[in-house]
Design a protein around this ligand. Structure first.
Ligand SMILES: [Zn+2]
Length: 224
């Protein structure tokens, strides 16, 4: 049977960000998740594999995932990608305003449960998972989860940042991501672990951040 999904993981930049290409092998169209740091490398990787980029999907609007100014340094990102590919940028509705350098006509504000199609046979379901940021979203495609900075292998995203919420993180981990099937493959937003992917079942068993049975215990462990 011909493959029904193209998924490529690329590590970019000094913060070990993972960028993903999600495509339809029959139409050779692909969405790019969190393009930043090495735009020419990302474009080249897609071209090497014979794919045209037709969409940008944003897990959350931190500069290491979207580009912009960080610690006085300019990270190339979505703006630079749009100079080569005039494609829509899907960003959660509660964070769309953060991407100030992207023209409103290029932004598509998203909501929980929305389905985005790539090519003809790839459907990506958006899961709103606030906590690390208010508009963090994960992308579920077939049995793969592109988790951004919500769930990492053996840990979760930081919740001590200005717009984070440990309460929301607890809810997102417990009531959204841990309800996915055990065999769902986890693709995190950074290469922080000893391997590049995991499964929800493995995290359910071994990730200390998803072992709490109450919000109270989670908050206490996180230092609140
Ligand atoms: Zn982040």
């Amino acid at each position: 049977m011909a493959s029904t999904l193209y998924l490529r993981q690329l590590e970019c930049g000094p913060m070990q960000n993972f960028v993903y290409l999600i495509g339809d092998p029959t139409t050779r169209q692909a969405a790019v998740v969190d393009p930043a740091w090495d735009i020419s490398g990302i474009v080249q990787a897609a071209a090497e594999d014979g794919y045209t980029l037709t969409k940008v999907l944003i897990t959350h609007t931190h500069q290491d995932h979207t580009g912009g100014q960080l610690f006085g340094y300019h990270i190339p990102g979505v703006v630079e990608l749009l100079q080569q590919y005039d494609v829509p940028v899907y960003v959660h509705q509660s964070e769309a305003h953060v991407l100030k350098d992207i023209p409103p006509s290029s932004k598509v504000p998203t909501r929980n449960g929305q389905v985005i199609e790539v090519g003809k046979q790839v459907a990506i379901t958006l899961l709103h998972t606030p906590g690390h940021t208010p508009g963090s979203q994960c992308f579920l495609v077939q049995n793969r989860l592109i988790a951004g900075d919500t769930l990492f292998i053996g840990s979760c995203g930081r919740v001590d940042l200005p717009n984070s919420s440990p309460e929301d993180m607890y809810h997102s981990l417990t009531n959204v991501l841990m309800r996915l099937d055990d065999d769902t493959v986890l693709y995190p937003g950074h290469n922080y672990a000893w391997k590049p992917s995991s499964t929800i079942g493995e995290e359910r068993r071994h990730n200390p951040y998803v072992q709490f049975t109450s919000l109270h215990d989670f908050l206490r462990a996180m230092g609140y």
